[in-house]
Write a protein that binds this ligand. Structure first.
Ligand SMILES: Cc1cc2nc3c(=O)[nH]c(=O)nc-3n(C[C@H](O)[C@H](O)[C@H](O)COP(=O)(O)OP(=O)(O)OC[C@H]3O[C@@H](n4cnc5c(N)ncnc54)[C@H](O)[C@@H]3O)c2cc1C
Ligand SMILES: *[C@@H]1O[C@H](CO)[C@@H](O)[C@H](O)[C@H]1NC(C)=O
Ligand SMILES: *[C@@H]1O[C@H](CO)[C@@H](O)[C@H](O)[C@H]1NC(C)=O
Ligand SMILES: *[C@@H]1O[C@H](CO)[C@@H](O)[C@H](O)[C@H]1NC(C)=O
Ligand SMILES: *[C@@H]1O[C@H](CO)[C@@H](O)[C@H](O)[C@H]1NC(C)=O
Ligand SMILES: *[C@@H]1O[C@H](CO)[C@@H](O)[C@H](O)[C@H]1NC(C)=O
Ligand SMILES: *[C@@H]1O[C@H](CO)[C@@H](O)[C@H](O)[C@H]1NC(C)=O
Ligand SMILES: *[C@@H]1O[C@H](CO)[C@@H](O)[C@H](O)[C@H]1NC(C)=O
Ligand SMILES: *[C@@H]1O[C@H](CO)[C@@H](O)[C@H](O)[C@H]1NC(C)=O
Length: 499
């Protein structure tokens, strides 16, 4: 945190300062010449600093030439058409909602403009339709708070501060996935600003191909300015964190594999397994997030985890809002996420934890950070998750080509010293590669890569399979014929890099 705060003001002065300054002149001035004038903020302002420092990962806090903060779809449209008109080669721009992507340049940019949707953050409940209209700049905690009052909720992030906008177009894994499918499968309508500046709806009857493509296809078609989600009734959950000694690893793996293979018997149950080392505490622990999406204590699906001796637990009856405050990851750190999907096989999980333990020793020997943490997070990815997809209008994740239960592994590393960027990036990427190689060697590999957890070095869109790649590519060309969202908006995972 210290190092990066000190460096931040310098970044704007580093190479290409000349180019940077005429980006400011040409592109930021073009925005200022419109009715958006008061919504354009520059590096010297407090609002600019607030926007930049509100990205989750410190390494993803870039400094654009200016930031524009629209309040409505019309203002997003005006920003897009102004930047497109001002010139594709000069006015590169980025789109940002909650800023939770851990790699730099996904939702921001240098020598360009960031369209920051943070001001568009309201949640409106439509009781008559059983739907909630959620704007992209909202954080899930504000959505839950707004809907709790009506006894309803929506499937969303499991950490309160996570953003809505990026989450919903990358899939969205939630406590409710086994019951209702991925978060994106619960979207009834998207309001989208296209590269032309047109504001359109995408739903089952209007632009249905765009509707499907946005469910997983991320930033390849336009900017989503509103999501209409189906609501679910909410009368509380039973959930919390259970902490165990890491000597229980083998029991956890066995319980996990059985849990994944039995979710269809009781889709109200959700389990996340976290193996965590933190250099400050010096502890290597296991924490299970157990959440049951109705208020019933000790339901049958958790019995194998309950049978393992724990050190502490916070299990309780609580609202989704309360539970998502507990699963908050520390901010102020540099981070890398890297992820893979595998057959639900104990051998793969054992290997994932072995690589985790090896990496802890490597980091102990080399890290310069004051505080660093290594989390290996295991999550179910059973067939049941995508059995909900077709009835909900389809998506482009491509999971329907797999007829077996899968598990997902996420290596999630955090550190505070920029000098450790290369170390933790290397450790995260090599652990994943070794796990992939191992899984291949025993026939337990799988092509799918969850976009919302993917590192910059990965290719999640490719993992959706050839048919979906072709579909996404066709829809992108249809709605954005000049490829604005491929080249003028360089951030995020691009279909043009896959085809
Ligand atoms: C602490 C933490 C907890 C998490 N928990 C979960 C979880 O429980 N379940 C889960 O599935 N994932 C989770 N994630 C991953 C999360 O889904 C992604 O980080 C996701 O991108 C967050 O959305 P955002 O709005 O913050 O994204 P941003 O980083 O703002 O954007 C992500 C990408 O989407 C694009 N984008 C953003 N908004 C729009 C828009 N309105 N229209 C078009 N493109 C847009 C951006 O340009 C960027 O390329 C977590 C991540 C973190 C760091
Ligand atoms: C921006 O700066 C570069 C480098 O000095 C120069 O080549 C380019 O012509 C400038 N563009 C504009 C629009 O001023
Ligand atoms: C920028 O914002 C951060 C976080 O809000 C704050 O700690 C810092 O003091 C701010 N810096 C300036 C120059 O305002
Ligand atoms: C929306 O964003 C504004 C500006 O950051 C903030 O003051 C407000 O509390 C947010 N509203 C919600 C519902 O989160
Ligand atoms: C779908 O889009 C059309 C055209 O904009 C709109 O009239 C209709 O209400 C939308 N349907 C839903 C479910 O939002
Ligand atoms: C527990 O963690 C230590 C490192 O802190 C590691 O050496 C050991 O192998 C781990 N045990 C298991 C069962 O994973
Ligand atoms: C944790 O251990 C305590 C003490 O043995 C036990 O009472 C409790 O039920 C356990 N919690 C879970 C969720 O397994
Ligand atoms: C969540 O509920 C517990 C009691 O069950 C309470 O102690 C805690 O303060 C609550 N947290 C929030 C953020 O509301
Ligand atoms: C490690 O744990 C300490 C104490 O709980 C916490 O303050 C710190 O943020 C953690 N470090 C990381 C990198 O998460």
């Amino acid at each position: 945190m210290k190092a990066s705060t000190a460096l931040a003001p310098l970044l704007g002065l580093l190479p290409k300062a000349t180019y940077g300054s005429n980006t400011t002149t040409t592109c930021c001035s073009a925005l200022q010449a419109t009715s958006l004038r008061d919504l354009v903020i520059f590096p010297s302002s407090i609002a600019y600093n607030e926007s930049v420092t509100s990205y989750f990962a410190v390494n993803a806090q870039l400094r654009p030439s200016c930031i524009v903060q629209p309040h409505s779809a019309e203002e997003v449209s005006l920003a897009v058409s102004t930047l497109v008109k001002a010139g594709a080669s000069q006015c590169k721009f980025a789109v940002r909602s909650g800023g939770h992507t851990t790699w730099a340049g996904a939702a921001d940019i240098e020598q360009g403009i960031t369209i920051d949707l943070s001001m568009m953050n309201s949640t409106t409940y439509h009781a008559d339709k059983g739907m909630a209209s959620i704007l992209p700049g909202a954080r899930w905690q504000s959505v839950y708070k707004a809907l709790d009052a009506y006894g309803v909720t929506v499937p969303g992030g499991r950490g309160g501060p996570v953003g809505v906008g990026g989450f919903l177009i990358g899939g969205g894994n939630t406590f409710y996935t086994a019951r209702v499918g991925f978060a994106c499968d619960n979207i009834e309508n998207f309001e989208v600003v296209l590269a032309s500046g047109a504001i359109v709806n995408a739903n089952r009857t209007s632009n249905p191909d765009l509707y499907k493509a946005l469910k997983g296809g991320s930033i390849n078609f336009g900017i989503v300015t509103k999501y209409d989600l189906k609501t679910i009734s909410h009368d509380g959950l039973w959930g919390g964190l259970v902490v165990y000694d890491n000597s229980t690893t083998e029991q956890q793996i066995s319980a996990a594999v059985n849990f994944v293979d039995n979710i269809h018997n009781d889709p109200y149950a959700s389990w996340i397994g976290m193996w965590e080392y933190n250099s400050t505490t010096g502890q290597n622990i296991i924490a299970d997030a157990l959440e049951y999406t109705k208020p019933v204590a000790y339901p049958a699906p958790f019995s194998e985890f309950v049978g393992i001796e724990n050190t502490t637990d916070t299990m309780r009856f609580a609202t989704i809002y309360n539970l998502t405050q507990e699963l908050v990851q520390a901010t102020g750190y540099r981070d890398i996420f890297t992820t893979g999907t595998y057959r639900n096989d104990a051998k793969v999980l054992r290997k994932a934890i072995e690589l985790h333990n090896n990496n802890i020793e490597k980091a102990k020997a080399a890290a310069k950070s004051v505080s660093w943490a290594m989390d290996t997070i295991i999550q179910p990815w059973p067939k049941l998750f995508w059995e909900h997809t077709v009835v909900n209008g389809g998506n482009v994740l491509g999971l329907d080509r797999f007829d077996e239960n899968l598990v997902q592994v996420l290596y999630d590393y955090s550190w505070d010293d920029e000098q450790d960027d290369a170390l933790f990036t290397h450790l995260g990427r090599t652990a994943l590669n070794e796990l992939d190689e191992y899984a291949k060697s025993i026939g337990s590999d799988n092509e799918y890569i969850y976009l919302n957890y993917a590192d910059k070095s990965q290719s999640p869109l490719k993992g959706y399979g050839e048919e979906n790649v072709q579909f996404i590519s066709r829809v992108a060309k249809q709605y954005d014929p000049h490829g604005i969202f491929q080249t003028q908006v360089p951030g995020g995972f691009k279909i043009s890099e896959v085809v």
